[in-house]
Design a protein around this ligand. Structure first.
Ligand code: ATP
Length: 263
């Protein structure tokens, strides 16, 4: 199994966002996409799941251009967990997780579908929320429901857009442990957009650092998480601490003096 992005350019109207982006991920691996706000991370993920159509370049899934794939086939292969799910929030948690089974349904919901849904809800520890409506949940609880929906979908490739931004430290770790397990134990491909460089560095084999829509650097965490890269890409001076979990970033100071606008 392999997903390969080749020379992708994407513009919103006339504004170019992605510039000749190329990357490749194979089964059993976690790739994290990092970079500052507005660098184009979510746009890249949306191109990869065909929500956006690049003006240039091709995305291959196992050697086949995703543009030529049938929608149901693509939905079975790729599970996308968006950053802000502004969905119809009157669905219950149970209904939302069940929606993950949609690409697999033939004539209706089977016992197997219900078993899978119940298993992932238990795994994500959201069973007690089953009958609650999504619009009554906290940001973190919603995030867990969307992760559960993707797990129920059982795709070959998971594409998470900031899956832990609303989660407390325990749930952040749990989601990233799950991500690692999906790749290492289940042999899936996991691509994660994440702001937290320390989670990215600890849980991924490979990092892609985006800056202004192009790939500034790609490689192992220890190759990417360096003082120079952090300075160049984020405009922040940082200390990098070597730990048993890989490099740990301690941001020290923005390079640009912040204006004290409250005075
Ligand atoms: N629907 C849209 N129409 C026009 N411009 C857009 C649209 N969505 C995003 N953009 C612009 O594209 C650029 C890249 O946005 P994108 O969401 O991909 O960045 P990001 O790296 O994911 O940022 P963040 O870390 O803040 O989530 C930004 O300048 C953004 O303003």
């Amino acid at each position: 199994m392999k997903i390969s992005v080749q020379d992708v350019c994407f513009s919103y109207n006339s504004r170019q966002i992605l510039k000749n982006v190329a990357l490749e991920v194979t089964e059993g691996h976690v790739l994290s996409i990092v970079g500052p706000n507005g660098a184009g991370k979510s746009t890249l993920l949306k191109c990869m799941v065909r929500l956006l159509k690049p003006q240039q370049g091709i995305i291959y899934l196992n050697g086949v251009d995703i543009a030529s794939k049938d929608s149901k086939e693509l939905a079975k292969a790729m599970g996308y967990i968006p950053q802000d799910s502004r969905e119809v929030f009157s669905f219950t948690v149970m209904e939302t997780v069940l929606m993950g089974r949609k690409p697999h349904l033939k004539w209706g919901v089977t016992e197997e579908d219900l078993n899978i849904v119940s298993k992932v809800m238990k795994f994500m520890d959201i069973e007690e929320l089953a009958e609650r409506s999504l619009d009554q949940l906290s940001g973190g609880q919603k995030q867990k429901v969307f992760v559960a929906r993707a797990l129920a979908q059982q795709p070959e490739i998971f594409l998470f857009d900031e899956p832990t931004s609303n989660l407390d430290i325990r749930h952040q770790l749990e989601v990233f442990e799950t991500i690692r397990k999906l790749a290492q134990t289940e042999g899936r491909i996991v691509i994660v957009v994440v702001h937290d460089l320390n989670l990215a560095s600890r849980f991924s084999e490979k990092l892609v650092m985006l800056k202004d829509g192009y790939i500034y650097a790609v490689g192992k965490p220890e190759e990417i998480i360096t003082r120079d890269n952090i300075k160049d890409v984020y405009g922040v001076s940082a200390s990098i601490i070597e730990t048993e979990f890989g490099p740990y970033v301690l941001p020290l100071k923005p390079l640009k003096d912040t204006v004290d606008c409250l005075k």
